[in-house]
Structure formats: C-alpha cells, structure tokens
Unconditional design. Structure first.
Lengths: 238, 234
C-alpha cells in the first residue's frame, strides 16, 4: 500500500512537471509569433526595406546592362588601334582582379561549419563555433598561398571587404551570411591545399573538432562583387 | 499478492513509456520549429535591426544609382569620340587611371588617419604580430578605408600579412617595428572603429604596446611597389 502511494506521487509529480514544461513552451512559441506578426511599426519598416531592396535590384540590373554595353563600346572604340586595344585589355584584367568581373579557374573549395560535438561535452562552447577571426585567417592564408580571387558564400572579396561577426551570423560586404561558410578560391590548387597540411589553418580548425573540409577543384566560377566600388576620399596624386 | 505486484509494475512501465514517448515527440517538434527559423531573414528582425537594414539598402541604392549614371556618361563619351583615336585615348586613359587606383597601382592622397605602433620593451609581453595587423586592417576596411598601407606596403586585394620566423611580412616584404599604418577615409569612422568600446587599439594598449592615432587632412599612400600578376583567373 505504502509503495503504491509513493509510485502514484512520483508519477503524478512527473506528469505535472511535464505538462508545465509543455505549457511554457507552447506559450513561448505563441508569444514569439505575436511579436513577429502584429507589431505595426516593424511591419511598416519591413515593407520599406523590401521596397528599397527591390528598387536596388532593379537599378542594379540597369547598371549591369550599362556595364556590358560600356565594355562592348570600349572594344568597338579601340579596335582599330593596337595601343588602345592593349589599354582596353588592361581594364578588363584589372576589373577581374579587383572583383568587378566574374572569373573562372582552378582552385579549392573550403567548407567551414560549427562543430558537431555536443556543447555540453567541452569546457568552452565558444571553441566549437566558427568566428570571424577564423574566416579572416583562412582568407589571409589563401592569399599567402597565391589565391587570385576569393568568395565567401558567393560574396566576392574586394579591396574594401571587411569581415565582422554578429552573433551567429557574419557580415561580409555588409551582407549577412550564416553557416556553413563556403569559401571558393582560384589559384594553383596544390598550393592552396597547403592550408590542409599540418600547421595549416584548416588543419588546425579540424584538430579543434570543427566541421571543416577542403577540396581541390579543376574549375570554379567566382561571382563578381554585387556592390559598387567608388572612392570618395582618396584621389590620385599626379 | 505476487501477481498483483507484477500487474502494477507492468502498468507503471507502460505509463512511464508513454510519458517518455510524448516527451520525445514534443521535443522533436520544437527542434523543427527552431531549425525553421532563418536568422538572416528579415521576417525575424526587430525594430533596431530593421532600421539599420533600411539605412543599409538606402545607401546601397544611392551608390548603385550614381555608379549607373557614371557608367552611362562613360558610354556616351566613348560613343562621341568613336571616330577619333586621339579623343578615345583621353577617355580610356581616364578610365584606366580610375581602375588603377582601385587596384592600388597609383599613389593616392586624402583625408584619413595615421596609426603609430611600437612594441613594448617588456620582454614578457608578446610582440605585435601579423594577426594584430590583420585585425587592424580588417577594422579599417570595415570603417570604409579606401586605401591602406603598413610601413609603405600598400594593401591590395591580394595582400597577405604573415609571421615568418620573428618577422612580419606584408606582400612578401619584411617589415619591422615601429609600424606606421596609414588609411584614407572618413576620419571619425576610422578612429572610432579602432578605439571604440572593445576596439583593437584599446586591447593592444592594455597589453603595454605604445599606440598613437593622428587625424590628418592629407594622408599620402604610396602605390603597390610590385607587379600585379595573375596566372589562373580567366
């Protein structure tokens, strides 16, 4: 009899705790939905953001068309003069180096992801996630290995590209990108793959149990910068 | 008595099993909900984030708009001068100069800041290394720097900053302390990115290194002193 009572009490308590947990959860989910869908001001702002995004997208398409036309016209204008043709070629190559034009070539693809280990299994959970510093270091090491063009999740690295970490997303070229981070680089694949050798940064991340992968590829395409490069403060010294 | 106990036990096991099952079901449902929430989507942004996002898009739109006008202008210039090689040359030289500036192949000047860094004499404190300089350069880029150099080594798109033995190499050239980092851009942005709360200069200063930042109306930055060659990009 005594045992029965104990069992009932234990079971009752368990059920109670369980129901409580479920209710709290259900409430949390409901609560967050209300915030997302019913805050008038935020909705207004969201609409405004979308409007500007669309305006930007349209203008950007116009710009791309104009740039193609300019390139064609430049070719036409310079075709009957050797010296001018050379200069025209120089501009084309420069645009590829700066990141204002799409490029193709051999290279490597590096995928960086947070560790699959349970965060409770280590002393410092911070060591299981990819930070902006890691990306900065990988990019720097790729450049050291002779990378000629680099992109992160489709964002081309240009001379003004900065990388910053904000919570679990990273800002590159003022665009937000999340894990997994896919870094493409063009250069001599064997040399770029050096990051995988002992002492290389990719190997170091692997040893810290982060989910990292490096593949050599025969041909990859790296997109052009989706922003605009214009300088307001710097001027050429003649 | 024995049978009764057995029955009770079985019932208990079934109940506990059921409870566990429901618990797991609820938990997996939740994981799904959490997974579905895309953190980069604007659906989940709060007011402050949205305002920032809006300002960001407005700025980007303005940039694209002026770039578009500039491109059309160039296009027309080429069209107008199509018949004369001499006139075309002026237009293309102009464009080439602009592109070379972005590449880092020209000396440039403008408003900006100069940062003077010197290793502490305290032997126990680690010296300023390539990673420190890399973080500073990245911070300057985030603040919108248009041209940067370290000890007259121009930072271009392919620049690497690495530790080799006890030295730092920038663009493959060895540099030594004291370091002078020059940057052209908005002085307030540049400075505050470095010395603001948690800024990297503060961090270095706390560890004992000497750092001085000067705002200058005319910072002169030398061009990249090598040849910019590519072999693999097409």
């Amino acid at each position: 009899m005594n045992q029965k009572i104990t069992t009932s009490v234990v079971l009752g308590l368990m059920c109670f705790a369980l129901t409580l947990g479920m209710f709290i959860q259900a409430k949390t989910v409901k609560g967050s939905n209300i915030v997302v869908s019913q805050n008038y001001e935020e909705n207004e702002l969201r609409a405004e953001v979308l409007k500007y995004k669309e305006k930007y997208d349209n203008k950007y398409k116009d710009l791309e068309k104009a740039e193609q036309e300019l390139e064609k016209q430049r070719e036409i204008s310079t075709e009957n003069n050797e010296e001018l043709t050379k200069k025209q070629e120089e501009i084309k190559i420069a645009n590829k180096i700066i990141g204002l034009d799409e490029v193709t070539g051999p290279g490597v693809t590096i995928t960086l992801n947070d560790s699959k280990l349970d965060i409770n299994s280590v002393f410092d959970p911070n060591s299981l996630v990819i930070h902006d510093g890691d990306i900065l270091a990988v990019i720097n090491e790729l450049k050291n290995a002779g990378a000629e063009a680099i992109s992160i999740n489709g964002q081309r690295i240009v001379p003004t590209t900065g990388i910053i970490c904000g919570g679990n997303i990273i800002d590159i070229n003022k665009e937000k990108v999340g894990t997994p981070f896919v870094i493409n680089a063009i250069g001599l694949p064997e040399q770029l793959a050096g990051l995988n050798r002992p002492g290389g940064y990719v190997r170091n991340l692997k040893e810290k149990h982060l989910d990292v992968d490096l593949k050599q590829v025969n041909k990859i395409t790296i997109p052009k910068y989706t922003g605009v490069l214009t300088y307001k403060y710097a001027q050429n010294i003649n | 008595m024995k049978e009764k106990l057995k029955k009770g036990k079985i019932t208990m096991i079934i109940i506990v099993g059921l409870v566990c099952f429901v618990l797991i079901l609820v938990m997996s449902m939740q994981f799904k909900v959490v997974k579905q929430t895309d953190i980069t989507s604007i659906e989940n942004m709060r007011e402050a984030e949205l305002r920032e996002e809006l300002a960001n898009w407005k700025e980007k739109y303005d940039e694209v708009d002026s770039k578009y006008n500039e491109t059309i202008e160039k296009l027309n210039e080429y069209k107008e001068t199509e018949k004369s090689n001499e006139e075309t040359e002026k237009v293309i030289d102009n464009e080439l100069e602009q592109v070379n500036m972005l590449l880092g192949k020209t000396d440039v000047q403008g408003k900006g800041i100069e940062i003077f860094l010197r290793d502490t004499e305290d032997e126990e404190v680690p010296k300023i290394n390539a990673d420190d300089l890399l973080v500073i350069v990245n911070a300057l880029k985030l603040a919108g720097a248009e041209a940067i150099s370290i000890n007259d080594q121009r930072i271009i798109n392919m620049t690497d900053i690495v530790n080799v033995d006890t030295y730092i190499k920038v663009n493959g050239n060895r540099i030594l302390s004291p370091y002078t980092i020059k940057a052209i851009g908005n002085q307030i942005y540049l400075e505050s990115e470095l010395i603001g709360n948690g800024g990297y200069v503060d961090t270095l200063r706390k560890s004992g290194h000497s750092i001085e930042i000067q705002k200058k109306d005319n910072v002169e930055i030398l061009k990249y002193n090598g040849e910019i060659k590519t072999k693999y990009i097409e």
